[in-house]
Each structure stands twice: as structure tokens, then as C-alpha cells.
Write a protein that binds this ligand. Structure first.
Ligand code: PEP
Ligand code: MN
Length: 283
């Protein structure tokens, strides 16, 4: 694994590299600013479970301080089997996200795994999430970049900052108008408890600020994979200068169709937002 070199900054990632005298360039997506003065909070369920569910959650998280709604219609699930209690909705999930978005006037970010759904996603959401597992799917990055649509680019759990900025460079090179990076934990041999899958690389936030003008947010949910850890890591992310967080929130977390271990309740989310506001003030 190589560090980002001077030659990389000039030759390999000139579009995302920080130039002298520059700092983070804010990216605005449907009125939500990443990398400006605000700490952008994205919240919602792991997976869209029904129209009723996503509409309700959209209202609940907005009321508690979220500026953008998350929710997967397409999920990169580790195994191929689905059941009535473990599922993704696919295309119709995008339509439900759009209903929630319009009902509560809140922008939506959602994952794209297959390029054939690009147009449909762009009609129903405001930002494309490229998930961790597709960070280096270069043909997907090229096509998504070509759409010009804003992208939330999650870091692959095995990739260096150099690889990650390289993936961001693909998006911008092919035409993406707004890339926001998202740290979501990296693989490490020790994770404190068996259910905690990844280690959050918080020091990558200041590293990105030194090397790139792209805004960076943190996902404390898919990294820690443990709801008790989520608020601590979210506050840490704010403390190290991240531009926001994306977080799983569910009315009954233990009953969530996907990722029941990491989602916060509405109450826990509300408490966290209050603390984040305090940390932000101090910073
Ligand atoms: C998600 O945000 O729902 C998700 C699957 O994230 P990741 O790609 O980070 O695992
Ligand atoms: Mn999830």
C-alpha cells in the first residue's frame, strides 16, 4: 500500500487534489451543503421496507435534525438468500423513497449497484451512493460520473486513501459535479467485539483535508455495526472535522429488515443530534 505522493497529486488525482491556498470546496445537493459551515446529517433505515415505513421515518428524522434521508432500495447483502423479514425492495423501493422525499420535502441518497437503474434512481432521488463494495467498480464509476449526478462515495474497507481518491478522480474525470467522500470503517484484525465488523479510520478525515478539496462524512453505523458505539463514533467524527454523518435510524431497530444491530431509535438519534450541535459549537 502506497501513501499519496506529490506525483499522485499532480498526475493521478489532479482533479480532486487540494491546490495551494485551497480548502474544502463545499458540495451542495438539493439545498444540503457538505463541507461548508453546517454539519450535514443524513439518517434513515438501512433498507426501505415499505412505503409507509419510509414516509414515517423521513418525517421523524427530519423533525429531529436530519437534512437528508438515506435508505437502500438495492442492498449489497453478503448472501443471496432473502425472506419476508430480510429483504431489499429493488426498483419499487426507489419509488417509495420518492414519495417520502416529496411528502416531507427532504432530499434522498440511495445506493446504485447496477447501472441499468441509473435513470430511475436519478428520477427518484437526489444523490447516488456508491457503496463500499463498488468503490473500485471503475466502469460503474465512469457511467455514474458521466451522468453528472452528485455521488456519495464510500470507502472500500480494504482500500487506502490513495485508492479512494483515485476512485473519486474517476467520478470527477467522467463528469461528476459533486463528490462527497464517506469513511465507513476499514478491516482490521481486532474489532473489540465479534459483532463490531470494522474499525473507523477517523484520522483519514484530517488526512483528506490535507490532500483533497472534497468534503468527507463518516458512517458510524456500518463501520461499528453496534448501536452502543454509534453515538460515540459520530461525536468523534464531528470532533475530527468531518463534514457530516450518515446514520441508520429505525423506529424499532431490533426488527429492522437489514442491520438490526446498528440502527438507533428515534430517541437515541435525537439525543445524538443535540450532542453533535454542542460539539460543533465548541469546534
Ligand atoms: C449502506 O450504507 O447501506 C451500506 C451497505 O454501506 P456500505 O457500502 O458502507 O457497507
Ligand atoms: Mn445497513
Amino acid at each position: 500500500m502506497k501513501d499519496v505522493s506529490e506525483s499522485d497529486l499532480t498526475n493521478n488525482i489532479p482533479l480532486v487534489a487540494l491546490k495551494e491556498g485551497e480548502s474544502t470546496k463545499p458540495v451542495t445537493v438539493a439545498g444540503v451543503e457538505f463541507g461548508g459551515n453546517d454539519f450535514a446529517i443524513i439518517a434513515g433505515p438501512c433498507t426501505v421496507e415499505s412505503e409507509e415505513q419510509i414516509v414515517e421515518i423521513a418525517g421523524a428524522v427530519k423533525q429531529r435534525g436530519a437534512k437528508m434521508l438515506r435508505g437502500g432500495a438495492f442492498k449489497p447483502l453478503s448472501f443471496p438468500y432473502r425472506s419476508d423479514s430480510f429483504f431489499e425492495l429493488g426498483e419499487v423501493g426507489l419509488e417509495y423513497l420518492n414519495v417520502a422525499r416529496k411528502t416531507h420535502n427532504i432530499p434522498v441518497v440511495t445506493e446504485l449497484m447496477d447501472i441499468k437503474y441509473l435513470d430511475k434512481l436519478c428520477e427518484n432521488a437526489d444523490m447516488i451512493q456508491i457503496g463500499s463494495r463498488n468503490m473500485q467498480n471503475f466502469s460503474l464509476l465512469a457511467e455514474v460520473g458521466g451522468s453528472g449526478f452528485p455521488v456519495l462515495l464510500k470507502r472500500h474497507f480494504g482500500c487506502s486513501l490513495r485508492d479512494w481518491l483515485g476512485a473519486a478522480e474517476y467520478l470527477v474525470h467522467y463528469g461528476c459535479k459533486g463528490v462527497v467522500l464517506c469513511e465507513r470503517g476499514i478491516t482490521a484484525p481486532h474489532t473489540h467485539v465479534v459483532t463490531s465488523r470494522f474499525i473507523v479510520d477517523l484520522q483519514v478525515v484530517p488526512a483528506v483535508k490535507e490532500l483533497s478539496h472534497l468534503p468527507i462524512i463518516v458512517d458510524p453505523s456500518h463501520s461499528t455495526f453496534r448501536r452502543n458505539f454509534v453515538p460515540h463514533v459520530a461525536l468523534g467524527a464531528c470532533g475530527v472535522g468531518a463534514d457530516g454523518i450518515i446514520i441508520d435510524v429505525h423506529p424499532t431497530p431490533e426488527k429492522a429488515a437489514v442491520d438490526p444491530l446498528n440502527a438507533l431509535t428515534y430517541d437515541a438519534f435525537e439525543t445524538l443530534v443535540g450532542k453533535l450541535n454542542n460539539v460543533k459549537k465548541v469546534i
